[in-house]
Design a protein around this ligand. Structure first.
Ligand code: PEP
Ligand code: MN
Length: 347
């Protein structure tokens, strides 16, 4: 349920609503707009909604109580009509701000990560990515350097000024990732790991939630609702390709669902053209397609020497190819009148 306060509601009225919800054991989430405040009630059982709505209507300052019909509430546009702008450090995503996140698939060495970080910063990326805890399909593949990688990412942030994003693969990684990183990724294979979603929501840092390999948009949005219901609405969704019968690409980049999904939640949505296509030659065209279709950002794998990369070497771009991509993307952004926030070459 969403409780819509009138434009004349006082702080006392707002507190009375929250107290009534708390007394009955329900959670709440408050959004203070310029004109009015909305309070989302969390956890009201369907059978109690009608009587609860009637009680809430007796509190001064309550204008309306709107039942939410969608299975996701806090992330829906019924809760907040306008698209959210989510920040990772100073990098903005949403409402005309398009952010490029770039960096290696995984942190291998300090030298490799710093080289990648300098190159992506130079080309205009606004956030550095790099895996510390890698979700690998085979147990024999490189699993990531763990905390040592987080330290290397922090060094790269210090040198370049880029905020860093890295994945927490398990509940046990959440505190550590929150200590070092500016945003936490939940990977595709973990989209329905509800304990992890809950912990990530409580971490206090923005969460980038990838779509599961075979998740519908509705399942993806419900996963985002878990993060939101744990107290964190700083969520960026990331379409990273789904499993289909097609094998010519690594996954199938589902851009039409990305566009359709944008109409439902108020959260920004970005696209990962690297993991979805699996091939460096497809990354630039699909980046262009994603931004032209309205994505609020992209996440691209860049490695100083893709031929020597410990994982995903076929899809990682060289710094030179990333630079070319950014030049093209800037032209597209100008034509679309969206803000890439990138001043290429700016240190
Ligand atoms: C990644 O971004 O490093 C990654 C492993 O992606 P995904 O979870 O989408 O496979
Ligand atoms: Mn990768």
């Amino acid at each position: 349920m969403i409780i819509v306060m009138s434009t004349r509601a006082t702080e006392k009225d707002i507190s009375s609503v929250m107290e009534m919800l708390e007394e009955r054991g329900y959670g709440h989430h408050i959004s203070r707009g310029v004109e009015r405040t909305l309070i989302g009630a969390i956890g009201t059982p369907d059978g109690e909604k009608q009587s609860m709505a009637e009680k809430l209507m007796t509190i001064p300052g309550v204008e309306r109580v709107v039942p939410i019909l969608r299975p996701y509430k806090l992330v829906s546009r019924e809760h907040q009509e306008e698209t959210s702008v989510v920040y990772i450090g100073d990098a903005a995503f949403g409402r005309g701000k398009v952010g490029v996140i770039a960096g290696p698939c995984t942190v291998e060495t300090e030298e490799q990560t710093l080289e990648a970080a300098r190159a992506v910063k130079q080309a205009g990326a606004v956030c550095l990515r790099g895996g510390a805890f890698k979700p690998r399909t085979s147990p024999y593949d490189f699993q990531g350097l763990g905390e040592d990688a987080l330290k290397i990412l922090a060094t790269a942030r210090e040198e370049t000024g880029l905020p860093v994003l890295t994945e927490a693969r398990d509940v046990r990684h959440v505190d550590l990732v929150a200590e070092y990183a500016d945003a936490m990724q939940i990977g595709a294979r973990n989209m329905q790991n509800y304990d992890l979603l809950h912990s990530a929501g409580q971490s206090g840092i923005p969460v980038l939630l990838k779509r599961g390999l075979s998740a519908t948009v509705e399942e993806w949005l419900k996963a985002a609702e878990y993060v939101a219901a744990s107290g964190n609405l700083n969520i960026i969704l990331c379409e990273r390709g789904i499993r289909t019968f097609e094998t010519i690409t690594r996954f199938t980049l589902d851009l039409s669902s990305m566009v359709a999904a944008k109409q439902e939640p108020h959260l920004p949505i970005i696209v990962d053209p690297s993991h979805s296509t699996g091939h460096h030659s497809l990354v630039r065209p699909m980046t262009m397609a994603a931004v032209a279709a309205g994505a609020d950002g992209v996440m691209i794998e860049v490695h100083p020497h893709p031929d020597r990369a410990l994982c995903d070497n076929v899809q990682q771009l060289t710094p030179r190819n990333f630079q070319r991509l950014m030049e093209r993307l800037q032209k597209l952004a100008n034509a679309l009148d969206v803000d890439l926030q990138a001043v290429p070459g700016k240190e």
